[in-house]
Ligand binder design. Sequence first.
Ligand SMILES: [Zn+2]
Length: 284
Amino acid sequence: VIETEILTLDRMAIEEAGPNPDKLAAAIHAQLGVKTGAVPIHTIAGALDIVHVREERLPGMEGALVMTPDRNRGAIFANARSSRQRRRFTIAHELGHFLNPWHEPPNPVAFACTAEDLRTTWRDLSRDANRHWQQESEANRFAIELLAPASRVIRYLKGIPDLERVIALAANLDISKEAAARRYVGLCERPTAIVFGHKGNVGYFERHPDFPFVSCRKGDPLPSCETTPDPGVLTGHMQSEPRDWLARLPQRELLTQRLFQANGYSMTLLMLDGDDEDEETSNS
Ligand SMILES: [Zn+2]
């Protein structure tokens, strides 16, 4: 994807939004004008004093930001070994550090961010989280608000939750399926959870606050995963055993749907059956 458009953004006006990552991202979108499709992150970074974005091999790191001491200019580095979608998220994350004057780099002129930093939840952390994790969380929050603003996600949220829509969302916004899945769970009106697996084991999960607590833990065998079909296979919604997944038995049937991905990765959508008739009634 080559971004050729010339873009002018008023960085001072954007930074007036303050340290809140949601407001910072919204201030950029207010100036962008375009309302659909993939957000041109390279062009945006260039218009906000990032003099270059380079893809490099970064041992032990996913991304880095180097700045002049006065923070007037910066350069961003993204891990060349990661997918384009992941690099786009990394660039947005580093831009989030750059635009937030409250973010203190660990060394006077550079941030160096690991894969773990980029996985930090983008929900609010507790107030006692240390400064490093607070900053990483805010940079992630900024990145997802910039690359997948609610206004571009909303049309994927209607109806019965379905990983088909997560796949379409990822393709439309040019973000990873993992980022799309986490955004989907966060914004979907109907509470769901998504469990991310690798090679038959649980990695981590993202859960809507109103969805029952998910009991499986990192490293547990992934429930109902005896066979691993080819990457790209998406199952239907299957009735599943709640005891395998949830801390307490729900009032309604548990449905799961699984997407098998490359290299042994998978994601499993969890939802409760039974709201569909209500939705149809309220829509008519
Ligand atoms: Zn970071």
